[in-house]
Ligand binder design. Sequence first.
Ligand code: ADP
Ligand code: XUL
Length: 523
Amino acid sequence: MNKALGDTFLGLDLSTQQLKATLTDKDSNVILEKSVAFDEDLPEFKTKGGVCVGKNGRVTVPVRMWVKALDLLLQKLKNSEIEFSKIRAISGAAQQHGTIYWSNGSLNFGETLSSEKSLYEQLQKSFALEDSPIWQDMSTTQQCEALEKHIGGPQELANISGSKAYERFSGNQIAKIYQDYPDVYKNTERISLVSSFLASLFLGSYAPIDVSDGSGMNLLNIWQKTWEHQLLDACAPDLENKLGGVVENGSRLGCIHSYFVQRYGFRKDSLVINFTGDNPATVLSMNLSEGDAVVSLGTSDTVLMHLSNPSPSTFASILCHPSNSNSHMGLICYNNGSLTRQFIRDEYANKSWDEFNNLVEQILPGCQDRIGFYGSNNSDSIRIEQGSVVPEFSDPTLNTRAVLESRFLSMYMKCMQLGLRTKRVFAVGGAASNDSILQVLADIFGVPIYKFAFGNSASLGASYLARLGFLKALDPGKQFHDLGIKDTSQLSKQPNLDNHQTYSGLLEKFSEASKKWDRIELS
Ligand code: ADP
Ligand code: XUL
């Protein structure tokens, strides 16, 4: 571990498969990164890929697993001798859209917290719903259709909330809980997003939702940054009370609860700054200019960009920008990211990334006129060989390159439809460590790919958010650019322009095929 000389700032990321922490100093240097992996470190909750898959598209997480993970992570930080007394502020990021239902009477759960027992032991009765629906949940098609109908169609909904109705978006998830479990809804005093839930644990009381993460709910008016009553009312009764207020990024929520001071040695005046979504936090971790796109290759694959004058569409989402209150960010999300690539690796490359990469490098761009649209197993996947749908390619190893090509061609096409003339791509997330994958990305976009030395961009962005909040508490006029964050990205791959030309020639055919099949992939 690097020793920090002065103040430090802690950023967390409650992602799908792990809870991660990044500690930075006042010059934005990374001092330490640590994580807890849910499947491996907390096997008693029996998650796979960090989640529990139920019937009819339901995907949930036992909320108390996240509670337990927080103490485990802080204990790991303590074991690595991090100096808690230097941490001036804490913020966090989290997977977007998931909802947590606090039970009636939990508002002041902090009043009775003792540092002698774990949070897990003490928060047994705090949740009206044990299993929180998360972003992978696809069970709310009916609620989505009802919301779009209520408001006049998908484009109308996008014009107000930034997005058409998506199954994973929180408003539709809340509507389903209200309809399927009215008693749970009645017994719920506060609904948190995953980000505001984690902030609440640090505060010992309910934290507000921030506008960027709140833009992923189909409930917020992304222009006025207030709840939209006609949308709230269409989802469930009394919803505004249960959601509480919304705040801008960099907002100081209060001081850390004494539980953390006594148990781990945090300073009493450590500030808790608002927590945000993982995608907005990733945008915060880098200074994007016009023509930059971030491609995040994690459990979900996302493309993120800065938009100063966005037009809502039905194939991308627009969120309030996390650091520039006058602008927005664009988000294109594919819910089958790394786990789908893992499935192809396991099936065709002996569970080895090296073998997967060897195959990818041997296959020519375009996969000899094969296109694949992949779900998370074979029965959810479609393969097209020379124009016809086939159960398997004549050469099955082609799946390795095809799984990358269809994803990146789709991203490239959608960026163009959004009017983004990409000049640089920043690659982040677990699969950004794979050079063969990045070369295909560079060739398809026809632009250089940049990477960062440090692993997790969302928790890094959250640590910057913590510093912003700390500075704002001293001087409310401080802005994100005052942090003076240096561009630490490094050129990783240059495009092969011959390959780019081959891909440009395939776009029309791909676009036709994807009209029919990319619903498998795009969520
Ligand atoms: P999240 O934050 O969404 O939980 P990460 O960004 O940490 O996810 O990414 C985790 C994923 O990274 C794993 O599911 C794994 O498949 C993928 N990954 C890790 N190393 C490699 C590699 N060398 N090549 C491709 N994918 C990788
Ligand atoms: C974005 C989305 C995912 C989650 C999990 O809309 O659903 O990227 O934030 O990372």
